[in-house]
Unconditional design. Structure first.
Ligand SMILES: Nc1ncnc2c1ncn2[C@@H]1O[C@H](COP(=O)(O)OP(=O)(O)OP(=O)(O)O)[C@@H](O)[C@H]1O
Ligand SMILES: Nc1nc2c(ncn2[C@@H]2O[C@H](COP(=O)(O)O)[C@@H](O)[C@H]2O)c(=O)[nH]1
Length: 206
């Protein structure tokens, strides 16, 4: 389905820096709105219900799956995460640009539902740096970090299925790349929609 708003999907192995990049993008670009996912994992650090995530029980998550309430959902690092269908469809239908920070399985499901969604994959500069970012962040236990690094191998193998790949080595440079992609795609889709509207008008199609 085609909507007036744009969907940007940002995926990366845990610790590559996608949340930091998306947060910085949101501060710079008031046209972009974040999507708040539902998850069955516990809050960490200063995370708040409704801000970083909607933290729900396994039963609540099951109920949303049964009600077709997710536009995509996946098992990631042993927990379930999903994007509310209603929140996304309502906002892009109103012309908002929405950014989703989700894993690659969810990103590929989004592309099926929204063909114009732009998929962006963030890579760390090296394995060593990925591990040290997770350790420096200091929010996950050692066994959780090990699991996330193990899963990173499979996740990084999916980068080729994305529309764009950004290497997050120097933060400001990666942010510039992300901003450029968002602006370029917004202009491209606006031009496409205008051209289609002009064609319909010239053919007298309401
Ligand atoms: N370019 C960079 N150089 C150095 N450190 C960075 C860079 N980008 C992000 N970081 C740091 O790396 C850590 C991981 O970043 P962040 O939490 O944004 O990762 P993430 O990909 O969102 O991870 P997760 O999927 O687990 O939420 C944070 O401490 C962040 O400040
Ligand atoms: N498929 C989905 N993946 C999601 C969603 N929300 C977050 N995520 C991904 O989960 C991992 C772990 O996140 P963390 O906050 O526990 O570190 C990360 O790759 C996220 O991108 C979602 O709605 N759907």
């Amino acid at each position: 389905m085609d909507y007036p708003g744009n969907l940007f999907v940002v995926s990366a192995p845990s610790g590559a820096g996608k949340s930091s990049l998306v947060k910085a993008l949101l501060e710079l670009d008031s046209h972009v709105q974040p999507s708040v996912s539902h998850t069955t994992r516990a809050p960490r650090g200063q995370e708040k219900h409704g801000r970083e995530y909607f933290f729900v029980s396994e039963q609540e998550f099951d109920a949303m799956v049964a009600a077709n309430g997710f536009v995509e959902w996946a098992n990631v690092h042993g927990r379930r995460y999903g994007t509310s269908r209603k929140a996304i469809e309502e906002r892009v239908a109103l012309g908002a640009d929405v950014v989703l920070e989700i894993d690659y399985q969810g990103a590929l499901q989004i592309k099926q539902a929204f063909v114009n969604a732009v998929l962006i994959f963030i890579l760390p500069p090296s394995w060593e740096e990925l591990r040290s970012r997770l350790e420096r962040r200091g929010e996950d236990a050692a066994d959780v970090i090990d699991l996330r690094l193990k899963n990173a191998e499979e996740e990084m193998a999916q980068a080729g299925k994305f529309d764009f790949v950004i290497i997050n080595e120097v933060f400001e440079r990666a942010l510039f790349d992300l901003k450029t992609i968002v602006h370029a795609q917004r202009l491209k889709y606006a031009a496409q929609r205008r051209a289609r509207a002009d064609t319909f008008e010239s053919l007298n199609i309401p």
